[in-house]
Design a protein around this ligand. Structure first.
Ligand code: FAD
Ligand code: NA0
Length: 451
């Protein structure tokens, strides 16, 4: 392929970094690769894993990307997100427990990234403002703002565009009658950073997915008195401890009193809306824009990666689906994309791609529960990894099924369980403190493990 080809990657989180990783790997093998430029509006790599205490608008007037909170621990077993070519044992030089805190996972990610020569490709503090596809020249025009200089750079041209900007940063914020008169704190989970501030309080958590589940647990762990979770469609249904209860949706709020659909009421001190996120790509021209909800297979994406609606086969999204698998799925998607760009992977015709997308969407629409979802995403991952000639079997479905069973047995202790690594065979050690008791979750304390 011609050296003159230029690839733009937007986002240096786990998805974008996997793209850089695989291009770098080809380079190390002596293969010719295109010119690569990665833009990230944050000051360092890591995406959501680069913890930010900030909320709202940052020093450059940009919306803060971070949605992670201080006390976050992996919600899935690390054995289900482990890179086969860089295991946790490779990184930490010993086996560690299955559910690491945020900082430990970030350290692991950075270990793989610093093994390659990747950083020089990234322009930090650069926000992509506008991307348009030029039909006449079959390339993309990209407008980027240098945040530090506070100026738009001259338009840059690229042959391929990869969007890896994540989809858990722009909060979906429903309203409820009377909420504007509520005297306490109201926030979205995007702005939740630590639970200490809610010690001794009664909280209303709206939502019934991962954020609601984990933010309820966080608050219990750090000393909230009572947490009421309010669901729209169905309750989470875990065997909650007495301090956490579930009720149907809020109908109105009068002063401190919340009214629920079942006619009950409760007085609360604060409200946390765990109501999900919008897919938001304001920097993309309309025909390039993925419009989706947080589902396992959004429409218009061949192999859940190539955006087919623009018809140019040069525009890709990484990591844009609901996620059981994370790092390994982004990695397989990245390798697939890299192979597509280098020409190693040949795309079928438009009709065949359309049929393939329809096949996955039909299957998705028949899924009945979380175990079906896990099997679906496993099948998808195995499929794209095979297509990408990934070289490892990434199927960790059993880990996820076990994890779901543990959660339903006891939501307070599932993170105290041990899983085995598919790639090293090692059964993880049990952590020295249980999750609910481990208030110091610094890396140093966490790694001081005993068998
Ligand atoms: P992100 O990590 O979101 O990174 C996207 C990057 O794009 C950011 O660096 C951002 O600055 C950049 N960007 C965005 N817009 C622009 C722009 N216009 N110009 C330039 N740069 C831009 N996954 C797990 O595996 N385990 C967990 O325990 C876990 N916990 C989570 C907890 C929370 C609260 C959330 C919200 C998600 C969690 N996830 C977890 C899932 C998470 O989505 C993935 O782990 C991962 O961060 C996704 O990587 P990404 O690179 O696709 O997106
Ligand atoms: P998330 O939970 O932030 O996880 C994102 C939720 O919002 C659904 O329960 C939905 O209910 C509810 N909702 C939407 N509109 C509502 C309304 N008007 N009233 C009441 N409820 C409403 O978001 P989603 O999209 O899963 O759920 C939206 C990601 O963050 C997860 O994929 C996960 O990977 C990650 N995460 C991880 C962790 C940890 O690792 C913690 C938090 C989040 P309904 O009834 O419409 O389904 C520890």
């Amino acid at each position: 392929m011609s050296k003159a080809k230029r690839v733009c990657v937007i986002g240096a989180g786990p998805s974008g970094m996997s793209v850089l990783f695989h291009f770098n790997k080809l380079k190390e093998q002596g293969k010719e690769i295109p010119e690569i430029v990665c833009f990230d509006k944050q000051s360092d790599w890591g995406g959501l894993w680069k913890y930010s205490w900030e909320t709202g608008i940052d020093q450059f007037g940009e919306p803060v990307h971070g949605s992670m909170y201080r006390g976050l621990w992996s919600n899935g077993p690390k054995e289900a997100l482990e890179y086969p070519d860089y295991t946790f044992e490779d990184h930490f030089k010993k086996a560690i427990p299955s559910f690491p805190p945020r900082a430990v996972l970030f350290d692991y990610l950075q270990g793989r990234w610093t093994k390659g020569h990747l950083r020089h490709w990234i322009r930090f503090n650069h926000a992509v403002r506008q991307v348009t596809y030029n039909d006449d020249t079959d390339d993309f025009s990209v407008v980027v703002k240098s945040l530090v200089e506070d100026k738009d750079l001259p338009v840059q041209k690229f042959d391929y565009l990869i969007v890896a900007t994540g989809h858990f940063s722009v909060p979906h914020v429903p309203s409820f009658p009377g909420i504007e008169e509520f005297p306490g704190r109201v926030m979205h989970s995007h702005d939740f950073r630590n639970a200490y501030q809610f010690q001794g309080q009664t909280l209303l958590v709206v939502g019934s997915s991962y954020s609601a589940e984990d933010i309820a647990l966080q608050n219990l762990k750090y000393g909230a008195k009572k947490i009421i979770c309010s669901y729209k469609t169905r309750p989470m249904g875990f065997k909650w401890p007495p301090a956490i209860t579930e009720r149907p949706l809020v109908t109105k709020i009068v002063g401190k009193t919340v009214h629920f659909k079942d006619g009950t009421t409760a007085d609360v001190d604060a409200i946390i809306l765990c109501t999900g996120y919008y897919f938001h790509f304001p920097f993309l021209e309309e025909r390039l824009r993925l419009k989706a909800r947080n589902i396992l297979y959004p429409a218009g994406m061949y192999k859940n990666v190539l955006w087919t609606e623009a018809g140019n086969n040069k525009f890709f999204y990484i990591g844009m689906q609901d996620q059981y698998y994370t790092y390994t799925m982004f990695d397989a998607q990245a390798k697939w994309t890299v192979n597509c760009i280098t020409g190693e992977l040949k795309l079928p015709d438009k009709e065949a791609m359309k049929k393939d997308i329809e096949k996955w969407i039909t299957k998705m629409n028949e899924l009945k529960d979380c175990h079906d979802d896990i099997n679906f995403q496993t099948e998808y991952l195995v499929d794209i990894a095979k297509d990408a000639n990934y070289g490892y079997d990434l199927d960790t479905a059993q880990q996820f099924h076990d994890w779901e069973h543990h959660k339903h047995e006891d939501i307070l202790t599932y993170r105290d369980q041990s899983h085995a690594s598919k790639f090293t065979g090692t059964q993880s050690p049990i952590h020295h403190s249980t999750f609910m008791k481990a208030l110091d979750d610094s890396m140093a304390t966490f790694l001081n493990t005993k068998r």
